[in-house]
Design a protein around this ligand. Structure first.
Ligand SMILES: [Zn+2]
Ligand SMILES: [Zn+2]
Length: 92
């Protein structure tokens, strides 16, 4: 158990590497599974590295604020998160 760095719920957390391309040296944030999935669904690794490489940046982003306020109201540990078109397009 722990506390999610994004939505601040006390739930099981996963490890998010703040700079995914450099996992060895990357700082790790404790983030619940739904928030974690959302991060990777709305941001590309490139964006994470360039613009959202701290917990504060992620937390303050509009995308994660919306998600966090929604998930705080649900009581779910597991939610389905669709990858955004933006991330899909970038990968192709
Ligand atoms: Zn969370
Ligand atoms: Zn991650």
């Amino acid at each position: 158990m722990g506390e999610c760095a994004i939505c601040e719920r006390s739930v099981e957390t996963t490890r998010h590497h703040l700079t995914p391309q450099n996992r060895k040296e990357s700082l790790v944030a404790r983030i619940c599974a739904p928030c974690h999935r959302q991060i990777h669904a709305v941001f590309t690794n490139h964006e994470l590295k360039q613009r959202f490489n701290t917990v504060a940046d992620l937390k303050e982003s509009e995308e994660m604020q919306k998600f966090a306020s929604w998930i705080r109201k649900t009581n779910k540990d597991a939610v389905h998160v669709d990858e955004s078109k933006h991330v899909r397009d970038w990968r192709e």
